[in-house]
Design a binder for this molecule. Structure first.
Ligand code: HEM
Length: 266
């Protein structure tokens, strides 16, 4: 270690290299899920995103089969609505966002010449919160408990008045896990890109992939807390059986419902 050009030229503690190599070693066998190394986490992450992509693809296949011929009764109207809501939600929240984060976690350290991301345990938290939360979330379709209002869940369609039952509540509570996981991954990517660049790699020399990841993660950190707030407001609105207030119209014929959850969610 002493022959390396380290920022601190002082002598290294005895046995440091062996100790670091022991800590950095990838666990094997049943202990593999405890790995925090970004390459292993990145592979798990992208594998899980691909599994959800396949699951959402199966939902799409059922939809297309239903639509293949007129007057088909393969699935009921009610279940069809559940299918497209879960297909859209899974594709967007359990495939598109995590797959991008997975690429960032897996490739960024190599591109930045860093040994790992700055908070390896945060990446591990992000993947496992996503896998567990996503599995529980996706399974609601098997219990006829998926919502029917579309992946965007716009009120007033998703208020208790128009979406009775527990279906939308399961969606609203489950999506929180996935959003928190996405924010954790995004923080890791932002700090990693900004703080683990090699000497001489100023931001204008950052690979274009690094820039794409930085902007993507920045958008998640800005947008997802608002989505969490909106899902919480919508859940409160449903739990308290609040109804949309009367219509508020401006001088033109543009009218909006003055409904907090609806406006925030949009
Ligand atoms: C070959 C692959 C795919 C097929 C066959 C497919 C098929 C469908 C079908 C049939 C619908 C429902 C239309 C309706 O009845 O309203 C739908 C909706 C949707 N799909 Fe896909 N899809 C595919 C891939 C994807 C991918 C890769 C994404 C995103 C990453 C995606 C995102 C969505 C979204 C957001 C909706 C709207 C859901 C909603 O209205 O709640 N799809 N898709």
């Amino acid at each position: 270690m002493t022959d390396l050009n380290l920022p601190n030229p002082g002598p290294r503690p005895p046995g440091e290299k062996e100790e670091l190599l022991r800590i950095w070693q990838t666990p094997t066998g049943w202990r593999l899920p405890t790995a925090v190394n970004n390459t292993v986490i990145g592979l798990f992450y992208i594998g899980a995103a691909f599994v959800f992509f396949l699951l959402a693809g199966v939902l799409a296949l059922i939809m297309r089969t239903q639509l293949a011929v007129p007057d088909n009764d393969l699935v009921s109207q009610d279940f069809y609505n559940q299918l497209f809501t879960m297909h859209g939600t899974t594709m967007m929240f359990l495939f598109a966002v995590p797959a991008m984060e997975a690429l960032g976690v897996m490739l960024l350290p190599q591109m930045l010449a860093a040994r790992d991301l700055p908070f390896p345990r945060l990446s591990a938290f992000a993947i496992w919160a996503y896998v567990i939360g996503g599995t529980v979330f996706f399974s609601i379709i098997f219990y006829d408990l998926a919502p029917k209002g579309g992946w965007f869940m716009y009120p007033p369609l998703t208020l208790m008045e128009f979406s009775p039952g527990d279906n939308a509540d399961f969606w609203l509570l489950g999506i929180g896990f996935i959003e928190i996981s996405a924010i954790a991954g995004a923080i890791e990517i932002i700090v990693g890109t900004l703080r683990t660049r090699p000497p001489g790699m100023s931001l204008d020399k950052l690979p274009i992939f690094g820039w794409a990841m930085l902007i993507f993660a920045g958008m998640i950190v800005v947008a997802f807390p608002a989505v969490i707030l909106a899902t919480m407001l919508l859940e409160i609105e449903r739990a308290l059986y609040l109804k949309p207030r009367s219509r508020v119209c401006s001088s033109s014929d543009f009218c909006v419902r003055a409904n907090s959850a609806m406006l925030l969610h949009r």
